[in-house]
Design a protein around this ligand. Structure first.
Ligand code: GBH
Length: 529
C-alpha cells in the first residue's frame, strides 16, 4: 500500500495523447475543475471513492459452451452458427467457447486472483427454460448457476446477473421474438423463475444487455442474430416490446421480491458518444438526433420526467412514415399506461461504453441510406476520425474523452443517476504483452475519474472481459480478455495478460497509478480472497 502513498505522478498523459489528435478545443474542456467527490490532486495517484466496486463481465453464449448439455435447448446463436457457420468470420461457434459450463471453478479462481468485488455474467434463457416457458425448469441449468453463484459467494464475490444477453430461445424467435408483444409475458415469466431460484443470493440484476444492439443490429440489420434486416419496421417493434418487457421484470422484482431480498434491478444501455463532425448548428443537431435514435430512445422512456420516446424521434418517424405512405408511424406508440409502467423502472443506470463517432447531417436525398430505415429517419451519417487509435474491431476506435463527455451528459440530462459501468474494454488480436489494452484501461479510467471529480455518480466498473470469448459475428478473431484463452487446447487454458496484473493492482490499491509496471508474470491469490 505504501508504494502508492505520496508518490508524485503525472496523470495527464492521456490528454497529451488526445492533443495529438485533432481536438485541441477539447483540452480546455477536459481540464475544467477537479474539485469534487474524488479527493485527489492532479499530481497524485488518483483514488477511487470509498465503496467503489470493481468487477469484470462476460455473457452466457460467449463463454459457457455446453450448448446442448443437460437439457439445454437451442438459442438463436446456436441456430445461426449451426445453420450458417460461415456467417461468423472464422466459421466458429459457441458450442464449447471457453467451456465455462465445466470450468466455472477456474473462472472464480481468476476472479479471486484479480481481487474482484463482483462478477457480471448472464443467464442462458434456453438453459434454464428449454421450452422458453416456465412449464419446464431445467434442473441442469439451475444446478449450473447455483454452483457458479455459490462458488463466487464463498469468496465474497457478488454476482451481478444479466437476464438477457442476446441468446433468445430459438422457439421464441420462431414466434417473432422481440417483435411479438407477447414477449412481455415470456420475459416476465423467465425473470420470475430466475428471481425465485437465485434471488436469495443475488442482489444485482440486469434485465437486458444493450437494447440498441438487440433491436438495431439484430432486427434492423444483419450484425447480430437473428439477422432480420427489418429496417425501420421490425427494429422499432422490438424497441417498444423490449422496453415494456424490461419494465415487467422490474415490477415483478419490485413488487414481489424487493422487500424480501433487498436487491436492485437495472438495465445495461450501450452508449457511444456522438460528437458533431463540425461546429455548425446543423451537425450539432445531427449528433443530438442520432443520440436520440440510438440509445436515448431507451433511456428517455425510463429516466426522463415525462417518459416516452424522445420527442424528436417520434416526430421524425411519424413524418417520414406519412410521407412514405404508411397509415401510421412505423414507431409503435406507447399507451399512457405503458408510459407510466416504463418510467422509473430502473434502480441503477447500467452503461456499456466503448467508442465515439463523429456525426453529420445527411439528408436522405443525397445518401445511400435505405428507405425506410433508422438512418434515413434520423438523416445522419457518422464516421471515426482517421487519427484515432484502432482496435481489432472495425466499429471501435479509442477515444477516452468521449467517455468523459458521455458521463457528463448523463449527469446533466438525467439528474445524476447512480451509474454502474457494466462494460468497458479493448480488443486486439491476442498476445500476453497487451500494452495497448493497459493504455486503454488507464486512459478510459482517467476519463471516468474526471467525470466523477465533477460529480458523476459512478459506483461500479466492470472490465469487458474477464477472458477472451466468442465475439459474435467476429468469432474468436477479436480478443477482449484480461486473460487469454487458448482455443487450440481442449482445456481452454486461461493465462493472465499484462492487463490482468495492472487491473489487479488498480483493484488492490483502489487507485490508478499510471506508472505501475507489474514485476511478475505469476498470478497469485492475495490474502482475504
Ligand atoms: C458489447 O457489444 C457486448 O455487450 C458484448 O457482448 C461484446 O462482446 C462487447 O461489447 C464487445 O463487442 O461490426 O458493424 O457488424 C458492443 C456492441 C455489438 C458493437 C456488435 C459492434 C457489430 C457491429 N457491439 N457490433 S459490425
Amino acid at each position: 500500500m505504501s508504494a502508492i502513498r505520496g508518490k508524485k505522478k503525472n496523470i495527464s498523459s492521456w490528454r497529451l495523447f488526445d492533443l495529438n489528435s485533432l481536438l485541441s478545443a477539447f483540452l480546455a474542456f477536459c481540464t475544467l475543475g477537479l474539485a469534487g467527490r474524488v479527493q485527489t490532486t492532479r499530481d497524485d495517484v488518483r483514488r477511487f471513492p470509498d465503496g467503489f466496486l470493481f468487477g469484470t463481465a462476460t455473457a452466457s453464449y460467449q463463454v459457457e459452451g455446453g450448448w446442448d448439455e443437460d437439457g439445454k435447448s437451442e438459442n438463436i446463436w446456436d441456430y445461426l452458427t449451426h445453420t450458417s457457420p460461415c456467417t461468423i468470420s472464422d466459421c466458429s461457434n459457441g458450442d464449447i467457447a471457453d467451456d465455462s459450463y465445466h470450468l466455472y471453478k477456474r473462472d472464480v479462481e481468476m476472479m479471486r486472483e484479480l481481487g474482484l468485488d463482483f462478477y457480471r455474467f448472464s443467464m442462458s434463457w434456453s438453459r434454464l427454460l428449454p421450452t422458453g416457458f416456465p412449464d419446464q425448469i431445467n434442473e441442469g441449468g439451475v444446478n449450473y448457476y447455483n454452483n457458479l453463484i455459490n462458488e463466487m459467494l464463498k469468496y465474497n464475490i457478488q454476482p451481478m446477473i444479466t437476464l438477457y444477453h442476446w441468446d433468445l430461445p430459438q422457439r421464441l424467435q420462431e414466434l417473432g421474438g422481440w417483435a411479438n408483444p407477447h414477449v412481455v409475458d415470456w420475459f416476465g415469466d423467465y425473470a420470475r423463475v430466475a428471481f425465485e431460484q437465485f434471488g436469495d443470493r443475488v442482489k444485482y440484476w440486469m434485465t437486458i444487455n444493450e437494447p440498441r444492439e438487440v433491436c438495431d443490429e439484430g432486427y434492423g440489420d444483419v450484425n447480430l442474430a437473428p439477422l432480420l434486416d427489418s429496417k425501420g419496421i421490425g427494429e422499432y417493434m422490438c424497441v417498444k416490446n423490449l422496453l415494456v418487457a424490461h419494465a415487467r421484470a422490474y415490477h415483478i422484482y419490485n413488487d414481489e421480491y424487493k422487500s424480501k431480498y433487498g436487491g436492485e434491478v437495472g438495465i445495461a444501455f450501450s452508449a457511444r458518444w456522438y460528437e458533431p463532425a463540425s461546429d455548425s448548428e446543423i451537425d450539432i443537431q445531427a449528433a443530438e438526433d442520432f443520440t436520440a435514435f440510438t440509445w436515448i430512445k431507451y433511456v428517455h422512456p425510463i429516466y426522463s420526467e415525462t417518459g416516452d420516446y424522445p420527442p424528436i424521434m417520434k416526430e421524425k418517424v411519424a413524418a417520414k412514415s406519412a410521407e412514405q405512405g404508411f397509415f401510421r408511424s412505423r414507431l409503435p406508440e406507447f399507451t399512457q399506461e405503458e408510459i407510466e409502467y416504463v418510467r422509473g423502472s430502473s434502480d441503477f443506470f447500467g452503461l456499456n461504453h466503448y467508442t465515439t463517432f463523429l456525426v453529420y447531417r445527411n439528408e436522405s436525398i443525397y445518401d445511400a441510406n435505405p428507405v425506410p430505415s433508422l438512418f434515413d429517419d434520423a438523416d445522419i451519417g457518422s464516421y471515426h476520425h482517421p487519427d484515432w487509435e484502432e482496435t481489432a474491431s472495425s466499429w471501435f476506435k479509442v477515444v477516452p474523452w468521449g467517455f468523459y463527455k458521455l458521463l457528463t451528459s448523463i449527469r446533466e440530462n438525467y439528474n445524476n443517476p447512480p451509474i454502474f459501468i457494466t462494460e468497458n474494454g479493448f480488443s486486439n488480436r491476442g498476445g500476453l504483452q497487451d500494452d495497448d489494452r493497459v493504455r486503454f484501461y488507464r486512459n478510459y479510467l482517467s476519463a471516468m475519474l474526471d467525470a466523477m471529480d465533477e460529480g458523476s455518480d459512478v459506483r461500479a466498473y466492470a472490465a469487458w472481459s474477464l477472458m477472451d470469448n466468442f465475439e459474435w459475428l467476429s468469432g474468436y478473431t477479436e480478443r477482449f480478455g484480461l486473460y487469454e484463452v487458448d482455443y487450440d487446447c481442449p482445456e481452454r487454458t486461461r493465462t493472465p495478460r499484462k492487463s490482468a496484473f495492472v487491473y489487479k493492482e488498480i483493484v488492490r490499491t483502489r487507485a490508478l497509478d499510471l506508472d505501475y509496471e507489474p514485476d511478475t508474470d505469476v498470478m497469485t491469490i492475495d490474502e482475504g480472497h
